[in-house]
Write a protein that binds this ligand. Sequence first.
Ligand SMILES: NC(=O)c1ccc[n+]([C@@H]2O[C@H](COP(=O)([O-])OP(=O)(O)OC[C@H]3O[C@@H](n4cnc5c(N)ncnc54)[C@H](O)[C@@H]3O)[C@@H](O)[C@H]2O)c1
Length: 324
Amino acid sequence: MKLLVTGGAGYIGSITTQLLLDEGHEVVVFDNLELGHREAVDSRASFLAGDLRERESIHDAMMSVQPDAVMHFAAYALVGESMEDPMLYFHNNVVGGIYLVEAMSAVGVQKIIFSSTCATYGAPDVIPMTEETPQNPTNPYGESKLMLEKILLWARDRHNLEPVFLRYFNAAGATEAFGEDHHPETHLIPLVLSVALGKRGKIMIFGDDYDTPDGSCIRDYIHIVDLAQAHIQAVTKGGAGAFNLGNGMGYSVKEVIDVAREVTGHPIPAEVAPRRPGDPARLVAAADKARNELGWKPAYPELRTIIEHAWKWHQAHPDGYEGK
Ligand SMILES: NC(=O)c1ccc[n+]([C@@H]2O[C@H](COP(=O)([O-])OP(=O)(O)OC[C@H]3O[C@@H](n4cnc5c(N)ncnc54)[C@H](O)[C@@H]3O)[C@@H](O)[C@H]2O)c1
């Protein structure tokens, strides 16, 4: 298949691109490089520099590429920043998404795999979370993703689009070639590993008085290769609707730090700080639907493997892609 991958210079898009190419697909990456890295784009892919918020830019790209399907990763994804500046998020994630949908309709491209998130569920009462868990986002980031899901449903009904929503939990890990290099970094595993690399003095644990066995928050970590594989299965097997992507196993912040200590051999000093507003105690996926309908089976469900692979990449790239 020929895929147009928006945000393909970012963390998840770059590794999905790599796996798509490994499986013989053709990939054109569309990215403005605001948050991504040109070095993260596999040399076998074509690259188009462009911004989704510029209608002509994405329209021209769609016209020239004429892809069989779109994978849409490009977005802003920082919860805290979205609380500070909601319109920034609605503009990029929603308006940019509308221009993408318009370009697809104009060119007659139907299939879109959309990077959605467990943040669309908010703070659910019942764990694990299924695709039927009510979607009540608690921040503009999650809201912007839910809005685009809804827009895509209308585009399905009115413009024959075939959207698939992949609601990711916490992506982590790396391949040999590509890894996680966000600026700023807000994700736990790369932050913990940056302490082990000596780039940070300690890791902060935000709250140790939650209703969890060790008092720290529990999250569901999914290996980036498994996440990428789910996209390939969704696009090639004709999946439809929404799919949670997680391992169904939760690990606490303290457990992540402990495993990282074992993997790196570094003491990784930690300090407990007050809770962050809006952080739910537990977010764990029920991903049975992806397993049953897409035939998806995570190859690397173990937290230790996820951290080992991330550590290998960070050791090889201590300053990230560009030493920024
Ligand atoms: N990382 C996670 O754990 C996680 C969890 C749930 C959902 N997601 C979603 O997955 C997607 C990818 O996440 P990531 O961690 O790879 O993010 P990332 O920031 O590494 O990558 C996003 C890419 O999109 C590009 N981009 C952003 N706005 C653009 C625009 N207007 N035009 C063109 N390019 C633009 C950036 O330059 C960057 O390369 C996002 O949509 C995010 O919301 C990520």
